[in-house]
Ligand binder design. Structure first.
Ligand SMILES: [Zn+2]
Length: 408
């Protein structure tokens, strides 16, 4: 894409109403634009990154047998009244129509998916099944000041699984847990899983996938030797104590953000909607359900919180809006380089604007595309200057060398 055609521009100064690094950098670099607190437009660069995150999640969910669907965002009050969510969930976004009918905007979709999937589940032979969607969700937040980390409107992947037995749910959870850890790893994030029961506060047992970041809203204790991790809110342990699980490590305290979660829903929703299947003996049974969430737009914010410096964002290759930022300096015609890179299947943002070298370098650093390639007559015939966003040294290469280097 030619940057001269891009309708967004970068901004030198951070917006005054954004407190977090992710919101400031994403707004300045033209990835998102705030409509109101917790609600953002995703601009061309931002949407490309969001789509890449979405696709990583989609590939991993498909790989464990998840079937993708799309469910409505607006729901009748009746289904939320059936499960008690209408009165119990304080962040449920409620909407009244001009005919005074009440609706809810989806914040999780057990109320829709349970009767939907059960329509097609007749006997135990139809189990297990897992369906998922990647869709916008809503929470009626009172305060929303963490940029993409806590949205009123946010993109989420929510998967729902249906099982005959608790053992089968546990088996599927183990498979999904590996997929989740792979997803975060592919995005350049390290997640720790809190598997301690949150049973005292909720009728659901939950597993939280926490990513360490100072911008997070939770405190966790984790072992520096094994994978033990617990939310401080419900921890019986204290910081610097010896880990009781492995007996070797020490417990460390850290700020973290919940990037994914899994709820063991048991039979609650099947019972609420009275949906059953026939077991081996033809007896009616309620299935066991699981809900598996990952915040897609939140992940984008978490990645920026982790990968940045004073000059801007430093995207990991897997989620960068483009692989290469090509800058033409001092009147160089970099069109042939741009075309060759594109022909080789490399995604390029081509800064062909008529502006100073200083402006182009600052813009490239702010946007944070992993490879920066400079074309300038000063480099000599056929030579390009190549630099990784996260390194200070640059290399001088021919186009052929660049293609080999970037494609590998
Ligand atoms: Zn340990």
């Amino acid at each position: 894409m030619r940057q001269s055609q891009l309708f967004t521009k970068i901004e030198r100064n951070a917006p005054k109403d954004e407190a977090t690094v992710n919101a400031q950098l994403l707004a300045r670099a033209g990835f998102v634009s705030k409509l109101m607190s917790g609600v953002y437009s995703y601009l061309p660069l931002g949407l490309r990154t969001l789509n890449k995150i979405e696709n990583i999640v989609r590939e991993e969910m498909d790989a464990i047998g998840g079937q993708e669907i799309s469910m409505p965002i607006i729901h009748p009050k009746s289904i939320w009244a059936t499960t008690g969510g209408w009165d119990k969930i304080d962040v449920l976004f409620k909407v009244k129509s001009r005919t005074e009918k009440d609706y809810a905007l989806g914040q999780s979709e057990e109320e829709v998916v349970t009767p939907l999937v059960m329509k097609y589940l007749n006997t135990y032979k139809d189990l297990p099944k897992a369906v998922y969607q990647i869709n916008w969700k809503f929470r009626d937040e009172l305060r929303s000041k963490s940029g993409l980390l806590r949205g009123v409107e946010f993109l989420m992947k929510d998967m729902y699984s249906f099982h005959e037995t608790q053992e089968d749910f546990e088996k599927f959870y183990a498979v999904a847990k590996k997929a989740y850890l792979r997803i975060f790893e592919r995005m350049g994030l390290v997640a720790k899983v809190t598997e301690a029961s949150g049973g005292a506060f909720t009728e659901k047992i939950s597993y939280e996938f926490m990513v360490l970041t100072d911008a997070g809203e939770d405190d966790i204790l984790y072992c520096d030797a094994c994978d033990f991790c617990v939310n401080v809110e419900i921890a019986k342990e204290k910081e610097n104590e010896k880990c009781t699980r492995c007996g070797k490590g020490t417990l460390k305290k850290a700020r973290a953000v919940e990037a994914g979660n899994v709820f063991d829903l048991g039979q609650k929703f099947a019972k609420d909607f009275d949906v059953t299947y026939a077991d081996k003996d033809g007896k009616k049974q309620y299935p066991i359900m699981g809900c598996f969430g990952i915040g897609i737009s939140r992940a984008m914010g978490v990645i920026v919180e982790k990968y940045n410096d004073k000059n801007g964002i430093i995207w990991p290759d897997s989620v960068a809006p483009f692989a290469v930022h090509l800058l033409s300096l001092n009147g160089a015609n970099a069109d042939p380089v741009y075309e060759s890179l594109q022909k080789a299947g490399i995604q390029v943002l081509y800064d062909d604007r008529e502006t100073s070298a200083g402006d182009k370098f600052a813009t490239a650093d702010l946007i944070g595309i992993p490879w920066r390639i400079v074309s300038s007559p000063k480099l000599g015939e056929g030579k390009l200057e190549v630099k990784r966003r996260n390194e200070s040294e640059s290399m001088i290469m021919t186009l052929d060398e660049v293609l080999t280097k970037i494609k590998k």
